[in-house]
Design a protein around this ligand. Structure first.
Ligand SMILES: Cc1ncc(COP(=O)(O)O)c(C=O)c1O
Length: 327
């Protein structure tokens, strides 16, 4: 039995889904969405808040302010509510309505930016808004997930050791890249361990993180329009880019087997599957990190009108999705 009195005290760290029957490759999916914030961002949020308290930047009366596409915002809302801080989330029009409602239910405020900056897109405009707020009132504390090293340290301390413990023979680890906190924390940990683990970053097509050209991205979570300051590419062995229709197909394929995951997970699973298809000749122990669950995407990725409007009527091929339970 687990009994807790603060929401951050619970996080399922040891759940993996064996995806062999769904993706036809040996792939274990580490589920990071089973906590009260519903995503992996609870780890980064907790680490950043505790470090800011420790150095005295965050104190009674402080108001946290952060730019987030939804999931870090949800995590900070929960922490702020449980510790008695204010929280203001600066997001953009791609933020899911359910993520916004989650934050507001916990007493947080949400500012939505809809005009991209000339240089830096919507993310650039969000950051400019956060900076203006901080300049206007010294109660605001911006932890800045894009530059805060406690973001990646959370994964160096928790996510990566948990995987290393369960998979001593790990060959390849697939990690989605947003701020690159998860990626850099895990990559640094495996480098320190001196284990021959291939680190494969999974990014959305249209993201500039690894130097690609900016393009339309409608699914929040992974990808950036400004290169993340935390990224050190020397730790990353390979990068796979995933088109949004492939993310959507991966999400629906998992859902048809009873696993409702979010957009970031669909992207990581699609990227991992593509990569494993190119390395079929090798017998590999492969793990992918699933950052989120699917409930927050019921009005987008799992909603037919939204899908057809953005990606056309053929985005989901019924034959491809059909459940073959004999596989
Ligand atoms: C659901 C979800 N998955 C993945 C990520 C990216 O993780 P990271 O910021 O550690 O790269 C984010 C970032 O906001 C996210 O919200």
């Amino acid at each position: 039995m687990t009994i807790i009195s603060v929401p951050t005290d619970f996080n399922e760290e040891d759940l993996y889904v064996d995806l062999r029957r769904i993706v036809q490759h040996s792939l274990f999916l580490k589920c990071e969405g089973f906590n009260f914030a519903g995503s992996i961002k609870l780890k980064a949020a907790t680490e950043m808040v505790e470090a800011a308290e420790w150095i005295g930047v965050l104190k009674p009366g402080s108001i946290l302010v952060e730019s987030s596409s939804g999931n870090l915002g949800a995590a900070l809302s929960l922490i702020a509510a449980s510790k008695g801080y204010g929280f203001l989330c600066v997001t953009d029009s791609r933020c899911n309505l359910s993520a916004r409602r989650f934050m507001e239910a916990m007493g947080s405020r949400v500012h939505i930016i809809s005009e991209p900056a000339a240089d830096g897109g919507l993310l650039g405009a969000r950051i400019a808004h956060v900076q203006a707020l901080c300049a206007s009132d010294d109660r605001y504390v911006w932890l800045n997930q894009y530059t805060n090293t406690d973001n990646w340290k959370a994964h160096y301390r928790t996510t990566a050791p948990a995987i290393a413990r369960r998979f001593p023979q790990l060959d390849v680890l697939f990690i989605g890249a947003g701020t690159t906190g998860t990626l850099m924390g895990c990559a640094r940990y495996f480098r320190t361990l001196q284990r021959q683990v291939r680190i494969v970053a999974v990014d959305s097509a249209g993201s500039v993180t690894f130097g690609g050209r900016p393009g339309r991205r409608m699914i929040p979570g992974l990808g950036t329009s400004v290169r993340p300051a935390l990224l050190d590419e020397s730790y990353v062995h390979e990068v796979v880019h995933v088109e949004e229709p492939d993310t959507i197909r991966a999400c629906h394929r998992l859902a048809r087997r009873g696993f409702l995951f979010g957009g970031s997970t669909g992207t990581v699973v699609s990227g991992a599957t593509q990569w494993l298809s190119r390395h079929e000749d090798q017998d590999l122990t492969a793990v992918a990190i699933a950052p989120d669950l699917g409930e927050r995407y019921l009005d987008t990725i799992y909603q037919t009108n939204w899908l057809h409007d953005l990606y056309g009527e053929d985005v989901l091929n019924p034959d491809e999705l059909a459940t073959d339970l004999t596989a």
